[in-house]
Design a protein around this ligand. Structure first.
Ligand SMILES: Nc1ncnc2c1ncn2[C@@H]1O[C@H](COP(=O)(O)OP(=O)(O)OP(=O)(O)O)[C@@H](O)[C@H]1O
Length: 321
């Protein structure tokens, strides 16, 4: 076997289909395709390839060139005009329902005022590690890796974090080692101030989902959120009405403490798609508090989120795959 064949044979078990190699005057040049591997795994593979190549007879020097098809990772913002409407709950469950459909999804919790995703996804207290200044998202049981401001903002310092620090931390989270995730769901801080505008301007999500309760007041705020995205030319994928209709945990009867249909009517008036409604249900709150997102289960709530995710999926396909 000549040297280049020995080199190829040595590389095959660890980098089959990813490496092409040649040797000239004892110098091995290897082009390694690390598409979809993520930074850490790509570097690990590069080190393995280097080590193996150095052990091949006739090789004095090894050069490895990494290539990767640039994968466009899309950001979908989940926003609300005011706090407490269930934006984080919807964001977490949408991410899980999309993962169930086969999308490779990560979740970014940018809500510095009330970062709740670590609790919702059952990874409270687990801090993300970092490798060479790149954050490694925390894996969750639901197939959706997570990075949260919760792990970065010192508790009780949200106010001091307004502005540039929050912007910097969000940049670090978006540019983290998301591996082959094609989609990041971005749980924005509630409201429509400068902080939200800067975040949206800088990271330019592919689209936005607006969460509102059926109440009039929340709808006025939701309209402001819609205006914010319009201002920066980010398309609104649609509006979700949360806490619509109270389902009695005892008899299953549905009543409408906050009214119903308001968000749908408002969406229609603004010419925006209405994605659906999520009822106000004790089971959603208790499951969420326990780190068991309903979308991960098999109950009726899982169906509600599956249907929302199907529409989001349709939008993603229609807008670039
Ligand atoms: N459809 C629902 N049925 C019952 N409880 C819900 C529902 N949606 C959200 N909740 C509960 O309402 C509370 C607020 O929800 P969540 O934290 O998701 O809101 P938010 O809009 O993200 O708030 P914040 O502004 O604090 O980020 C939580 O206790 C959550 O479990």
């Amino acid at each position: 076997m000549n040297d280049v064949h020995s080199l190829k044979a040595a590389l095959a078990p660890i980098a089959a289909g990813r490496a092409s190699a040649r040797i000239e005057d004892g110098r091995a040049s290897i082009v390694l395709d690390v598409t979809g591997l993520g930074k850490a795994a790509g570097e690990e593979l590069e080190a393995d390839v280097r080590r193996v190549a150095q052990g091949v007879a006739g090789v004095r020097e090894v050069r490895v060139l990494l290539t990767s098809e640039r994968r466009a990772r899309r950001l979908i913002a989940v926003a609300s005009g005011k706090g407490g409407v269930g934006k984080s709950t919807i964001a977490a469950n949408l991410a899980i329902a999309l993962a169930k459909r086969g999308r490779r999804v990560g979740l970014v919790d940018a809500d510095i005022y009330g970062p709740s995703q670590t609790r919702l996804l059952g990874v409270d207290g687990i801090r993300p590690e970092s490798r060479e200044k790149t954050l490694l998202p925390v894996p969750t049981r639901f197939g959706v890796p997570l990075l949260s401001m919760g792990g970065l903002v010192p508790e009780g310092q949200a106010i001091a974090w307004r502005g540039s620090m929050a912007g910097g931390a969000l940049g670090q989270m978006v540019d983290a080692d998301w591996g082959d995730a094609e989609l990041l769901i971005l749980d924005l801080p509630p409201g429509t101030g400068d902080l939200q505008l800067t975040m949206v301007q800088k990271h330019k999500p592919a689209g936005a989902v607006i969460v509102s309760t059926p109440q009039d007041l929340a709808l006025i705020d939701a309209t402001r959120a819609i205006d914010l995205f319009n201002k920066v030319d980010v398309p609104i994928i649609g509006v979700i009405e949360n806490m619509a209709g109270y389902v009695c945990p005892h008899c299953g009867e549905v009543s409408d403490p906050f009214g119903s249909g308001g968000a749908e009517a408002a969406a229609a008036k603004m010419g925006l798609p209405f994605l659906g409604r999520v009822p106000l249900e004790l089971a959603i709150r208790t499951a969420s508090d326990a780190g068991e997102p309903p979308a991960a289960g098999n109950g009726p709530q899982a169906e509600t989120f599956a249907s929302l995710a199907a529409q989001l999926d349709g939008w993603l396909t229609a807008n670039g795959g």
